[in-house]
Unconditional design. Sequence first.
Length: 546
Amino acid sequence: MPRPIVRLLVALAALVLVAAACGGDDSAGDEASADTAADTTTSTPTEDPATTPVEAQDWEEHVPGGDCQCGDGADFRFYSRVADPEKVMLFFQGGGACFSLATCNPDDPSYTTVATGLQPESGSGVFDFENPDNPFRDWSMVFVPYCTGDVHLGDNTNTYGPGVTVNHKGYVNGKAAFDYMVEAFPDATEVFVTGSSAGGVPSPLFGGLATDVQGTRALYRLANVRGAILDHAHGEAMMPALRMLQDRGQMFTTLAEIRNRADLIVCVGTDARSSHPEFFRRCAPAAGREAGGRVVFLGAGGGTPGATEIPWASAVDALCAEGDIFDTVATLAALVDSRRLAAVPAALAELADAMRAARYCVLVWEPARLAQHGALVGEALLRLLMNLNRKTRAGAFTLGGNDGAQTANAAMSWLSGLPLRSRVGPQGVDHDPLQYATARLLDERAVDLLLWVASFTPDLPPPPAALPRIVLGHPALAAGCAQPGTVFIPVATPGINADGHLLRADSVVSLPLHGVRDDGLATVAEVAQALVARLASGAAAKEGAR
């Protein structure tokens, strides 16, 4: 890679690999926690209160031998408990992780490399077999102790310094327990795979995602290698429109249709120009149109543009919201549907008449400016549009997509079939618009690494997080990222330092970007591609050494 960041890339690749092998800092004895989180499920456990629990056997110890061993070289052992042969839980014990001379200190209490005292103990959480509210009390179980410091993923032996050698054989140990489960319970119809802390190792989070098409595509390939979750810095603002689209569909319009057809533009809850100052210029009538349409601001607050600021408009009006914006939109939708309402404001009734009479009405809304549950406003606008389209034509234009959000979401959808806030990897794609929100993942410590991408502006710093961070950012972010546990790599800005492509706000045109100067910085795509190549070469070298 002909860029002066090779040494940083080496550190970055190492940090990614280390973070993917790091668990929590919980003690090794937290396996009985009642709030254990599931890592993978093949079915959802169900419980019939009327069912009599199957009589269970005591825990049985198994010593698989072979390559299985604990971190100190002692024999690895796992445990099984036979109860209902059709319901089986595979539980991976938690604990900390070690990956360096400092973290693999034998005196560190956050993890263990010995097998002593790691057998399961009944009494609480999923292991309280006397509790009638425990849905797993009559399940068969296979308990996998954690004594390798590698979050159950390792298959090598590392010497970190004089007298500090650790056998990271967690993968080998776990596979032996898994193989036993498959053989011992051939009649299982429900299998629940779970663990705590290192036993439920989380994924990396690729956040920010302020980059162009090429950058997003390369990050997607890297995410597939590491099983990462992808969310944009403005993911929360995008979700109302996205969830509405998923649940109800949408009737979109484009800038070209506004320029050529719209005779009434209604901006609902937004003045449009605050976040998108070029919007009205881009809506100016196309050549050949005699006059522009009317523009109405509904519940946009103060500071709405006037007629002098939208010179092409035939009229510009501002209407106050009646109550909150949801009540106003609901009332407007009822009026458009010709329903009788008491005490209707004359201005709102006139707007409803104008919308029914328009040849092409456009509703403009900005999800980022809506309060919580803004998707409800979007759904009300959709019902309004559906009513209008029974007798005339109408469409919605959604404002948003700052810092490449529209581009990232579109590229993610092209590549995976699902939008942002999805986890991608060898196990497939999993989308969850609520659980995979950046703030929630960081607050709940549900991820073990944050890779933050902000190539457009220094105004998009990474959020503070008590976990390793990798920042591919605008050079001006360097000072703020000079913190322990953070690797910063300056990257080129598409359209300034490098060529690229961004998707236009209406998602129908890919706009080419041309760099005006070369500062010798790598692009986000180049960094991500180098990481993919380095991870692949590392995996190949490891495989060849076996």
